[in-house]
Design a binder for this molecule. Structure first.
Ligand code: DGL
Length: 259
């Protein structure tokens, strides 16, 4: 079972930012990535729709023999992971906006969070925020329109710049010193964000934390692949093969799949 692949899914190509962290930390693990780009963005869908899409992705990964599933999507985690954990007898790793380190380290007592509507309106997000944000001002911003631009390869476009200018303005005016990226697509915006934010603003994303958590859960379940054989890291998309290929290293195989 330890040689079985790690399953990873996202509403599209954003979860590759998590894959990259995982592959660095766990270079001998086999993996299968599902980019559900046809149904992106998940962020504006209802909780039930997000659960249904997460079930579809999970069952696809289970049919391919995955030993663990990483829900590499904040929107799917905050809306569906409870259901998935209660339904399937396999460990699930989720990703949530890293409010805690931002709230613990802020000096201006003001932090920003950029995420989808689905994440920002979820119960899980509010529980975490309430737990850590005592005395801290949290400026929440829905990143409407960002995911479709990334999904169509327009990450560094003029349109993206215009959107970010609007979304960052209230945060900059409020003097945030941490910006939490609450969507796995957003790490691809980091070069643009560095350019647009005041120097003192620290950008926080949860990719490395998810990779570490995956390693620790695999270890706990005695599922770490201890062989030192070159792994197979397979990528499937029901959207554009070309866009997915352009965002990951060319050495990984990408195939079209109807799911
Ligand atoms: N990568 C997803 C997330 O982390 C994007 C959500 C969407 O498709 O709107 O939330």
């Amino acid at each position: 079972m330890s040689k079985a692949p790690i399953g990873i899914f996202d509403s599209g190509i954003g979860g590759t930012s998590i894959f990259k962290e995982m592959h660095t930390l766990l270079p001998f693990e086999n993996s299968i990535y599902l980019a559900d780009s046809r149904h992106a963005p998940y962020g504006n869908k209802s909780k039930q729709e997000i659960i249904n899409l997460s079930i579809k992705n999970t069952e696809n990964l289970l049919s391919k023999g995955c030993k663990i599933i990483v829900v590499a999507c904040n929107t799917a985690t905050t809306n569906a992971i409870g259901y998935l954990r209660a339904t399937y007898n396999i460990p699930f790793i989720g990703i949530e906006p890293a409010i805690k380190p931002a709230a613990l380290n802020t000096k201006t007592k003001t932090i920003g969070i950029l995420a989808t509507k689905g994440t920002l309106t979820s119960k899980l997000f509010h529980q975490t925020t309430d737990l850590y944000s005592n005395g801290i001002r949290v400026i929440e911003q829905i990143g409407d329109g960002i995911v479709p631009l990334i999904e169509t390869g327009k990450t560094e476009s003029e349109q993206m710049r215009e959107l970010l200018k609007i979304y960052l303005k209230p945060m900059i005016e409020a003097n945030i010193d941490h910006l939490v990226l609450g969507c796995t697509h957003y790490p691809y915006l980091i070069p643009l964000l560095i350019e647009m934010l005041p120097k003192q603003v620290k950008i926080i994303d949860s990719g490395l934390a998810v990779a570490r958590q995956t390693k620790s859960i695999l270890d706990q379940h005695q599922l770490l692949n201890k062989t030192l054989i070159k792994p197979i890291n397979m990528f499937y998309t029901n959207g554009s093969v070309q866009v997915l290929r352009s965002i990951i290293n060319q050495k990984f195989p990408v195939e079209a799949l109807d799911f």
